[in-house]
Design a binder for this molecule. Sequence first.
Ligand code: SAM
Length: 229
Amino acid sequence: MRIDIVTIFPEFFSVLDVSLLGKARSGGLLDLHVHDLRSWTTDRHRTVDDTPYGGGAGMVMKPEPWALALDELLRPDGSSTLVVPTPAGTPFKQSIARTLADEPHLVFACGRYEGIDARVFEWAASRCSVVELSLGDYVLNGGEVAAMAMIEAVGRLVPGVVGNPESLVEESHEDGLLEYPSYTKPASWRGLDVPDVLLSGHHARVGAWRHEQQLERTRRVRPDLLPDA
Ligand code: SAM
C-alpha cells in the first residue's frame, strides 16, 4: 500500500520510522511519503492561508496549493482515496480502517487553521474517492495527529505488518465488542490474583469467560456499541 501525507508540518511524521510501522516501511510493506504543502506554493512567502469569505475568526487554507499537490499525487486512473481528517467528518472506526486497508493508495490532507477551502474536496471528488473522517468529538489544532492515528490503525491491518495475524482478530471493535481484560505472570501479584478460569487450561471455559467479560465491559463502558455487536 502507498500512503502520501500532505502537511505544513512534515516533522510531525518522524514517528513513522518507529516500531511496527517503521519496520513495515523499511521492509517495503508500507510505502509512506510525507510532503510539505508549501512546496506547492508559488509566492515568495510560501503562503498557504487567507482570510475567510463571510468574515469570522481565523484563516482558511487556500485551494491552489492543495490542487497542485493533488494534481501530482492522485493517480490518473482514479484508484486513489483522499482522506481528509476533520472534526466535521464521519467518526473513524475499525470497520473504516478495514475498508481503507484494502485500498491501494491513500492520500491524507492535513488541514490547519479553520480547515481547507471546501471547493478542494468538491473538485477532488471528480478524480478520486474522498472521505472526510473525524477522530472524535473534539477539536485538534491540525490534521496531523488524526492522520497519524488513522495511518497506524489502517497500517497494522495491512497483511504482514503485524507478525501474528491472529492477534488482530480478538481485539476491541473487531466483533463490535470491547476486549476482555488480559493478564500475564505472576499469577498472584501484590495481593491480586489472576481469575482461576485462566489457569484452568480449559479452552472452552476460557472462551466463555472472555466473551462474558466482553459483554460486561461493553455494557458498562460503551452501551452504545451493543445494538451493532
Ligand atoms: N474549524 C474547524 C471545525 O470547526 O470543524 C476545525 C479546524 S481545526 C482547528 C484544524 C484542523 O485540525 C482541521 O482542519 C482538521 O484537519 C484537524 N482536526 C481537528 N479536530 C479533528 C478531529 N476531531 N478529527 C480529525 N481532524 C481534526
